[in-house]
Design a protein. Structure first.
Length: 424
């Protein structure tokens, strides 16, 4: 009993520590809200900075839940460690932002900022390499993957040390050089860049291990892998949309800044990252495990359907506005109203067509079963022979449900029951 309590106490204590650091990050950013954060969040306000840290809070919370329920599975501890690294990085970043807002109020601001730059390496490595490599049972797919595990650990360690010791200016701080950089050894940067090229290779290799594990497994393991694959697919699609919108559409306003809708799109894509640890939690704990098939089906249906309807809507609005402008010389709300009514009328027919297409392409067994039942309903209206009808019922059950044995009991109006039995 004491072991169980200890195994539950430790992960939740670390999760509470992460929450405390998250609150401290928010408070420091709010106190320094008049100063932009250096680096990649320099164009965001205080609210955007807080939302930027929010997805990482899911890592320690889900990790604590998994580690307390499955203490021998390293997946929960990896999520928890990842959350700790992100939260520590957030606090250190906020510490430096506060020092910029009130110069001289806190010591060692540059040194703290320099030390915080390496934390992303183990955070990314743990999640994108080791979690994928050990998912879902906490064991490697086979002994042949041990060299990758050792190589990934060496790459993460070397990159972390390389970032701390690389000479030159700090990223995001113009004119401020790394206080820990080895200025007398400029070749450290070359070694760092060479090792950095190995990190994406290790990530791709771990993803390949998950693909091979999926192909060689079955049952619950496949459903577990579907969860993390689905979450990663959603994040990837949102990032592709975000990048495409920033490249193809007008990226800046008249003042040279990003338009508000593009900032919102950036935040949506970033917050979607929260779904990955949540999906891992569902998969490892096997909670509503087989619901992933329904989620994938709905995503395959409503994703293309939404994109098609949005394209039709904006195309209709632009086209009708052009026609009305040509005929009347001015724009009218009639284009918006007509496009809205058209989309409302097309929604259900298009949804049924897309659903049928998805079932036929990705869920063939369900599609065939639906077709078989539809054909049986047509025969049922015309069939009068009881023996032929019984054979049809048994055939439909075998084809759609595929049981090992099927029996049919027919109860006539009389007291005696008649049984028609068919073997396997």
């Amino acid at each position: 009993m004491s072991t169980r309590v200890a195994s539950s106490w430790l992960p939740w204590s670390l999760a509470v520590l992460c929450v405390v650091m998250f609150v401290a990050t928010i408070m420091l950013h709010l106190l320094a809200r008049s100063v932009d954060s250096p680096g990649e969040w320099s164009t965001l306000g205080a609210v955007g900075k807080v939302l930027g840290f929010l997805p990482f809070l899911a890592f320690p919370l889900v990790g604590a839940l998994v580690a307390s329920r499955r203490p021998r599975n390293p997946i929960g501890w990896i999520l928890l460690s990842d959350g700790l690294l992100w939260m520590v990085g957030g606090v250190l970043d906020s510490y430096h932002v506060y020092s910029l807002a009130r110069p001289g109020s806190i010591p060692f601001s540059v040194a703290v900022y320099a030390l915080s730059q390496w934390l992303w390496v183990p955070a990314v490595g743990l999640f994108a390499i080791y979690l994928i490599l050990l998912f879902p049972d906490g064991r490697l797919p086979s002994r042949r993957w041990r060299p990758l595990a050792w190589l990934s650990g060496a790459v993460i360690a070397l990159l972390s040390v390389g970032i701390v010791l690389s000479p030159g200016p700090l990223n995001g701080l113009k004119g401020v050089r790394n206080p820990f950089g080895l200025e007398q050894y400029p070749w450290v940067i070359d070694i760092f860049l060479a090792v950095l090229a190995l990190l994406p290779l290790c990530i791709l290799a771990s993803a390949l291990s998950l693909v091979l594990r999926y192909r060689r497994s079955g049952g619950e393991v496949r459903e577990q892998i579907k969860w993390i694959a689905f979450a990663a697919m959603v994040v990837g699609m949102l990032y592709v949309i975000d990048i495409g919108a920033s490249l193809l559409l007008t990226p800046t306003t008249a003042s040279g800044e990003e338009p508000p809708w593009l900032k919102v799109l950036d935040q949506v894509g970033f917050i979607s990252y929260t779904g990955v640890p949540i999906a891992v939690g569902f998969a490892v704990l096997k909670y509503r495990l087989y619901d992933i098939d329904l989620l994938i089906n709905r995503a395959l249906v409503y994703g293309p359907l939404t994109a098609t309807l949005v394209a039709l809507y904006f195309g209709g609005v632009v086209g009708l506005q052009t026609v009305l402008r040509t005929l009347t010389g001015q724009e009218s709300t009639l284009a918006v109203v007509a496009s809205t009514l058209t989309i409302a009328a097309l929604f259900n027919p298009m949804r049924r067509r897309v659903q049928a297409l998805v079932d036929r392409r990705f869920y063939r067994r369900k599609y065939d079963a639906t077709k078989t039942l539809a054909a049986f309903n047509s025969r049922l209206r015309e069939e009068t022979d009881l023996k032929a009808l019984s054979d049809d019922v048994l055939g439909v059950v075998r084809e759609t449900v595929q049981p090992e044995h099927v029996s049919l009991w027919l109860r006539p109006d009389k007291a005696d029951a008649k049984e028609v039995v068919s073997g396997p």
